[in-house]
Write a protein of this length. Structure first.
Lengths: 309, 374
């Protein structure tokens, strides 16, 4: 009796040990993969420190090579966020507070569809449809507000400008900002909202006084996650942008700064030797930047969640 | 989500109230209205019609397009309605109406690209679709003809391989997080890093796969397996998140009932927790596949591009649909119109696949959902 009991117990323990060990290994694999990304990119990127101008498209050193690319990446993302943030907050408000409840779910689904469209299709749409449509707008901007450095021109005749790329990126960043903002808006305590309304606030005043203060950090982290998406987006920019690797704030000309991701996609298939290492080094920089942005955003979300619990 | 709306104010004349001795108080109250004037319910509709008509007149007389008509109409509406409200109601109500117009306009604006994109892809892609397009590869094709069979097969094989790698890892990790790790430091670190991982740029995943495979196969390596590894790096976090959410939904009573019967923990998980959560897991995995099937950048780097059919994941270049779209459009060959037409056709096929997967995920979730109410 006792012996069967003990053997049963040990058998159980063995099965449990194997199973829990397997799950633990799977978890470790993820940590290893993440560490692997950093390690392998560093390993393959380091040799680029010795790369000469012929492998760096004319730049003197790897730092001079990455600088303009990083500038282009940040510029395109900044344009994208300037456009996407107000829109996304508006859309999230419609879904969480303004739309009739019966339709708000399908409205949310429609916005989620924007996220489901593959990036290469956005690129195709941007270059094949949006760009040509924007040419008259750019010409108008050049003629009427050309005194602003952003619209100095000469206006691109193909629409392949960094502003077009920024607009496409804004469309791609919009769903993620909307998704997180609307979750947070919907979590606003009902009592706060009803209290505001009971004091005679209009709906907008209720949103401003009860919803926004509650959701502020959530919106910040949502925008940062959108930034992460815009920073790393490759194909749409690679297809839409006509890049020449210069540093300029001129948004509508056909000479544009390139972005890190787009530059890798364009150069990698033809790159050899140290050129590959240089591209991997730029990829490492991109990884570090997006990791930092996402890390901060998630840390804010985590802190907020803890505070609300 | 509870809905909160402003209460409807029903006007109530002071005369309705049961009579009270008239006094100074009552006189005073008569002069302070308890309600303020409000625009009639049909006011926004009326203003919308007027704004549309006015803008239409302008558009007709000046020869504007549809876009200008819509923009001017919305601007007119956004000015006129708050102005009227300001006259009749008050400035606060006017502001409220203005914001309502603005948020709906933002929503409409967000839908414009979606509608335009779907319309463009369908109208430009549909002429390219025929039997040859779906069953031929591009081998030895110059100019007209050829198809995307090799790209469809490449996409299916690489995505399938990515799923084969990510589903076990993701599923087991989720089990660890929910059933074993609970609040341990390692579990919390993994949860946090998985969230951060969802934001890894796809091109970085491609570079990682390349940097890894270069160590084994030497410089210039291109193979389908590398693409699968890169995709699984993007897919694992999605799988972990959705499985984790599903396991958390499984009622504790089920686990406790199994323990009470003397079932070992691992058998409880395999026989009780997994089947209960199966619907959600299938939905989550399908959505994860839908997410990575459209990825381009990593496959461009590690899987490469070829005109021929390749069924072997472990050697040689392998074309996938997104990469095919990219090359067909940017390097369409001579004459260019055939390559561009193929790009739109392939884009249509890709969008249909992605949308079908999204739809399938929802249907599967409904079909496999546990019958008992949650």
């Amino acid at each position: 009796m006792t012996t069967t009991a003990t053997t049963g117990k040990t058998r159980q323990r063995k099965g449990d040990l194997i199973f829990s060990g397997a799950t633990r290994i799977a978890g470790l694999t993820i940590l290893l993969a993440l560490a692997g990304v950093a390690i392998f990119l560093t390993l393959e990127g380091l040799p680029a420190l010795e790369a000469g101008p012929e492998k760096l498209q004319g730049a003197d050193s790897i730092v001079a090579y990455i600088g303009p690319l990083l500038f282009g990446t940040l510029l395109a993302s900044a344009i994208a966020l300037l456009i996407a943030t107000p829109l996304a907050v508006g859309v999230a408000l419609v879904i969480s507070h303004y739309a009739p409840r019966r339709v708000s779910k399908s409205l949310g689904y429609a916005i989620d569809l924007l996220a489901a469209v593959p990036s290469v299709v956005y690129g195709l749409w941007g270059i094949g449809f949006l760009g040509p449509q924007l040419v008259p707008v750019y010409e108008w901007l050049e003629q009427n507000v050309g005194w602003l450095p952003f619209f100095a021109g000469p206006a691109s005749s193909t629409g392949k400008t960094i502003l077009t790329a920024g607009i496409v990126l804004a469309i791609m960043a919009l769903p993620i900002i909307t998704a997180i903002s609307r979750e947070i808006f919907a979590q606003t305590p009902t009592l706060h909202q009803e209290a505001a309304l009971a004091l005679g606030a209009t709906r907008w005043e209720m949103v401003r006084l009860a919803v926004f203060p509650y959701a502020r950090s959530g919106i910040v982290s949502a925008v940062m996650l959108g930034l992460g998406r815009a920073l790393g987006e490759t194909m749409a920019v690679a297809m839409v942008l006509s890049a020449s690797g210069i540093v300029t704030f001129n948004l509508i000309s056909s000479d544009n700064p390139s972005t890190i991701a787009a530059n890798i996609a364009l150069m990698f298939p033809e790159a050899t030797g140290l050129g590959v290492n240089a591209l991997i080094a730029t990829g490492l920089v991109l990884f570090v930047v997006t990791f930092a942005v996402n890390f901060t955003a998630r840390a804010i979300v985590a802190r907020t969640e803890k505070g609300n619990r | 989500m509870t809905e909160v709306r402003p209460p409807k104010i029903t006007p109530r004349a002071p005369e309705d109230r049961p009579g009270r001795a008239a006094g100074t108080d009552e006189d005073l109250r008569r002069h302070i209205p308890l309600t303020h004037a409000r625009l009639p319910r049909w006011a926004p509709a009326l203003v919308a019609v007027l704004a549309g008509a006015a803008s239409g007149l302008l558009a007709l007389s000046l020869g504007w397009g549809l876009v200008a008509w819509a923009v001017v109409g919305i601007v007119l509406f956004a000015v006129a309605l708050p102005a009227w409200s300001r006259v009749v109601e008050n400035s606060r109500a006017a502001k409220d109406r203005l914001v309502t117009v603005l948020v709906w306009a933002a929503f409409g604006l967000a839908l414009v690209p979606l509608v335009s994109l779907v319309w463009q892809v369908v109208s430009q892609g549909l002429p390219a679709i025929n039997a040859e397009f779906l069953t031929y590869s591009m081998r030895n094709v110059v100019g007209e003809g050829g198809g995307i069979y090799h790209a469809i097969m490449g996409t299916l094989l690489i995505t399938l391989m990515a799923a084969v790698i990510s589903v076990p890892v993701g599923l087991l990790t989720a089990i660890y997080l929910v059933e074993y790790g609970q609040r341990s430091t390692m579990a919390r670190t993994i949860t946090f890093l998985v969230d951060v991982m969802t934001g890894i740029p796809s091109i970085v995943a491609g570079l990682f796969a390349y940097a890894l495979f270069v160590l084994f196969f030497g410089e210039g390596v291109r193979m389908g397996l590398g693409g699968a590894v890169a995709l699984s790096l993007l897919m694992i976090p999605v799988v972990v998140r959705s499985c984790e959410e599903m396991f958390k939904l499984v009622p504790h009573e089920l686990r406790e009932a199994a323990y009470a019967l003397g079932v070992p923990k691992w058998r409880t998980i395999v026989k009780i927790v997994l089947p209960t959560a199966m619907a959600g897991i299938i939905t989550g995995v399908t959505l994860a596949v839908a997410r990575v099937i459209g990825e381009t950048a990593p496959l461009l780097i590690i899987a490469g591009f070829t005109d021929s059919l390749n069924f072997n994941l472990f050697a040689e270049r392998m074309t996938t649909l997104p990469v095919f779209i990219y090359y067909s459009y940017t390097q369409p060959g001579v004459p260019p119109e055939y390559g561009i037409e193929r790009a739109w056709g392939a884009a249509l096929v890709l969008i249909v696949i992605v949308m079908a997967l999204n739809l399938l995920a929802r249907v599967l979730g409904k079909v496999f959902a546990p019958k008992s109410g949650r």
